[in-house]
Design a protein around this ligand. Structure first.
Ligand code: UN1
Length: 517
């Protein structure tokens, strides 16, 4: 009955969020284009499945290029006026969004856990990350600093200002369905751009709720547009549209590489956040219990589905035996279960596809001569777990050149590698094509500073796991993880603005730089 109401009156999901779990089970969630909630033109839909139970949560518009192009036109028209709204005023709307996010944190986390699977403690953290990001960029409205500088010529003034770019296409993943869109949407809007947002198909409800909050916060029609559907169809339409000036993508390195190639041909600005094969290095002098706690959180938190997840644990030989014994014992006690249950520590994988990927990699590991399975390695099917996409926390021991130690798996699979020295540990850590985050556990300050200097990662942790980035510091990586950009903090402003150098000559005569001496 409620679903009919939603369809008929276009009543917004947030208005019926009292029983949030019911809200997202309702069919009839829409694209948001030019301030209107609407279905895809074809009327086609796709299913949103709860990975903990296999149950259908709702049907969402499976949009085509024509829907996307309508959103691009809306964003392009809205840009003409949004770019001229003073940044402090744009920021006020973001501050309102911050307030609503804060009020609705628990409800949003409940929805997110149901469609994505991670445990409530973590979905609350995901929403909190969006809250922090909104607050940060609300403050940025009265900064957005450029520089003033000197001129080599007399009576001439020089400065830099940041200018907006135009329509931005934002393509986001399912593992942080609120945090990552917020990293892109808030700075994009603050800088005066308009947005076409294409969220991951596994998490359409969270994306819809976020956009609805932006609507409530007074973001004008057309400034933010939401189009659900297939990543390849809509991504291609976004890239090909001449009006879209920038693509910001978070996802796999394979997809990122093809986006970069296509955008390169079209001179389109592109920012990419991609894979990781993050390592935690534990030296002989480390606090072993602290290192184990960090590894468990880094490897099995979010069921290993973070770009920053710890997927390699590199251990110096002196503590190797003792550490892995305790680690395996602790990991075997992790409680798998529905993320809505307070005692669950590890939720399901996001989808059956993801479960298949993890199984495939475990099979590869089992066939490798150099690998030894220390824990897990199977789909978890006991009792109600059998209804969902659960996989046992899995630990392999092996060599750094194995596929399991080189390729991003995005699941609860940790590869343990023994090294003789600190130097060898760093070499193993740096010996992959990725470079997102890394961590070193040691009490030796000289080793700390050498690691900070030599780790080939965008994010470096000392005596802390590879996950846990904060929103006011740059987020991103080197090598095949990124393309030189950083999200979050001040650094993201370089994605969503272009620098303009401004010279004001008040001498009243022609002055020639480099010529007049
Ligand atoms: C991701 O890994 O995909 O640093 C994003 C963290 C979170 C963000 C992770 N704040 O682990």
């Amino acid at each position: 009955m409620a679903s009919t109401t939603l369809h008929r009156t276009n009543k917004k999901i947030a208005d019926i969020m009292d029983g949030v779990s019911r809200a997202v089970r309702l069919p009839g969630a829409y694209n948001y284009i030019n301030g209107q909630w609407k279905a895809s033109r074809s009327g086609k839909t796709f299913d949103n499945i709860n990975p903990a139970t296999g149950e259908l949560l709702g049907r969402w518009p499976s949009s085509a290029a024509e829907d996307l192009n309508e959103a691009v036109v809306a964003a392009s028209e809205a840009y003409a006026s949004w770019r001229l709204v003073p940044a402090p005023k744009r920021a006020e709307r973001i501050l309102r969004a911050y307030q609503v996010l804060l009020e609705r944190k628990e409800a949003l986390a409940q929805v997110m856990t149901q469609e994505m699977g991670k445990v409530l403690k973590e979905t609350r953290g995901d929403v909190q990350e969006a809250i922090d990001t909104a607050l940060y960029f609300a403050g940025e409205g009265r900064r957005l600093f450029g520089v003033t500088t000197t001129s080599e010529l007399a009576d001439k003034f020089a400065m830099t200002v940041r200018s907006s770019i135009g329509v931005c296409g934002l393509i986001t993943p399912w593992n942080f369905p609120m945090a990552i869109p917020s990293w892109k949407i808030f700075p994009a809007l603050l800088c005066g751009n308009t947005v076409v947002f294409k969220p991951a198909s596994c998490t359409p409800a969270t994306a819809t709720l976020l956009v609805e909050i932006l609507e409530e916060a007074g973001i004008p029609a057309g400034v933010v547009n939401l189009v659900h559907g297939s990543g390849s169809v809509l991504g291609q339409a976004l890239i090909e549209s001449p009006v879209v000036r920038l693509i910001s993508f978070t996802g796999s390195s394979e997809v990122g590489s093809s986006i970069a190639a296509a955008c390169g041909q079209l001179f389109k600005k592109v920012s990419l956040e991609m894979g990781g094969k993050n390592a935690q290095l534990v030296l002989d002098d480390a606090d072993v219990d602290l290192a184990i706690e960090g590894a468990l959180w880094g490897a099995f938190g979010t069921t290993g589905q973070r770009c920053t997840a710890t997927s390699r644990l590199i251990i110096q030989e002196g503590i190797y035996g003792a550490l892995i014994e305790k680690l395996v014992q602790a990991a075997s006690k992790l409680k798998l279960g529905n993320g809505l249950d307070a005692d669950s520590q590890v939720g399901p994988l996001v989808s059956e596809d993801q479960l298949e990927t993890v199984k495939r990699y475990v099979d590869i590991g089992l066939r490798e001569d150099k690998a030894r399975l220390l824990l897990g390695g199977r789909r978890a099917t006991e009792g109600v777990l059998g209804q969902g996409f659960y996989f046992e926390p899995t630990i392999f021991e092996g060599a750094p050149d194995m596929r399991l130690a080189q390729e991003e798996i995005f699941g609860p699979v940790l590869m343990v590698i023994k090294v003789k020295t600190f130097e060898q540990g760093l070499q193993v850590m740096n010996g992959t094509r990725y470079g997102l985050s890394g961590s070193v556990y040691t009490r030796d300050v000289n080793r700390v500073m050498q690691a900070v200097r030599d780790m080939q990662t965008g994010i470096t942790y000392i005596n802390a796991p590879t996950i846990g980035a904060e929103v006011h510091l740059p987020f991103g990586g080197v090598k095949h993880t990124g393309n030189g950009h950083r999200e979050a903090g001040q650094a993201v402003l370089d994605i969503f603005t272009e620098w303009k150098a401004v010279y004001v000559d008040y001498s009243g005569r022609l002055q020639k730089a480099q010529i007049d001496q």
